[in-house]
Design a protein around this ligand. Structure first.
Ligand code: G
Ligand code: G
Ligand code: MN
Ligand code: NA
Length: 264
């Protein structure tokens, strides 16, 4: 079977699953949001990484259906957690550039969320910098439509594309997500300089900022010193099973963050 057919089959046979990776606020020292990440549990090949099947889904157009499944599944999970009395938290959902360019996207997303009874303000879409900066003038209207239905918007992989600062200011976005390559590179002067610049930019433009891919105490210490407000990475948690989300939401990271901040 070609991967395209297999993927189609996978969606029909419920072989796709979600994981959730916590995003921690340095203000509250708790998990305030989660990034949903799709996984394919293949019956013979085991876990197929998204880096293998997302490009296939994009080439074949299946990404539209896949993206809509992810949003609907996130909404179902959230409604279940809400019924269990868990506190409200935001969920970040990755949107492929192909899906972003689909016409009528905002209305389709509004319909999916409404059917599930999910308040749109609890969802933040992660759009890549290159997707929104390509044809930026047209995208202002597109982003506005997504904002108008109540969604929050983040620029994913920020710093890897070619942002026009004037557009960044005109775009109705809420969050910049510092690409993990810069966090991985924090021990070099260049990496640190880029992170500093993005932190300054987000502060000037009044945007939330999140650092992703945090793996070490040194990276965390640097980001705490520079007052980065949101943190994500293996240092805190790998992408977790939906069943483990309630426990993660109850976790208090105060002593962990304090111990790192005061060390040395
Ligand atoms: O989840 P990692 O855990 O392996 O994800 C690898 C890549 O796949 C990342 O670029 C990530 O943004 C992308 N990805 C993960 N989940 C989704 C999803 O639900 N939709 C889209 N479009 N991309 C996703
Ligand atoms: O493109 P995007 O930023 O959405 O991709 C997120 C990817 O980063 C996913 O594959 C996710 O599993 C992965 N990821 C999350 N935290 C870490 C981390 O601390 N280190 C590394 N290497 N990858 C991470
Ligand atoms: Mn992402
Ligand atoms: Na990213």
């Amino acid at each position: 079977l070609k991967m395209e057919e297999e993927l189609r089959h996978a969606m029909e046979n419920h072989e796709l699953e979600l994981r959730y990776q916590p995003q921690i606020s340095t203000d509250t020292c708790t998990v305030v949001s989660m990034e949903a990440l799709v996984r394919w549990k293949h019956p013979e090949r085991g876990m197929v990484p998204p880096n293998e099947f997302i490009p296939v889904a994009e080439r074949t157009g299946l990404i539209i259906e896949l993206g809509e499944w992810v949003l609907a599944e996130v909404a179902r999970d959230c409604m279940r957690w809400q019924a269990q009395g868990l506190p409200d938290f935001r969920v970040s959902v990755n949107i492929s550039p192909i899906q972003f360019s689909q016409s009528g996207l905002a209305q389709r997303m509004a319909d999916i969320l409404q059917r599930a009874g999910m308040p749109p303000h609890r969802i933040e879409l992660e759009l890549t910098e290159s997707a929104i900066m390509t044809d930026a003038e047209t995208n202002i209207e597109k982003l506005r439509q997504l904002k108008d239905i109540g969604l929050a918007l983040a620029v994913d992989d920020f710093g890897t594309g070619y942002s026009s600062l004037s557009y960044l200011k005109r775009f109705p976005i809420d969050t910049l997500k510092i690409d993990q390559s810069f966090v991985a590179d924090l021990d070099s002067p260049d990496g640190a300089a880029i992170v500093d610049a993005i932190l300054a930019l987000s502060s000037t433009l009044n945007l939330r900022v999140i650092a992703e891919g945090i793996e070490t105490e040194e990276q965390l210490r640097y980001l705490l010193e520079k007052r980065c407000e949101l943190l994500q990475g293996y240092y805190f948690s790998r992408p977790a099973y939906p069943e483990d989300v309630p426990a993660l939401l109850r976790q208090d990271y105060k002593s962990l963050l304090n111990s790192v901040a005061v060390a040395e």
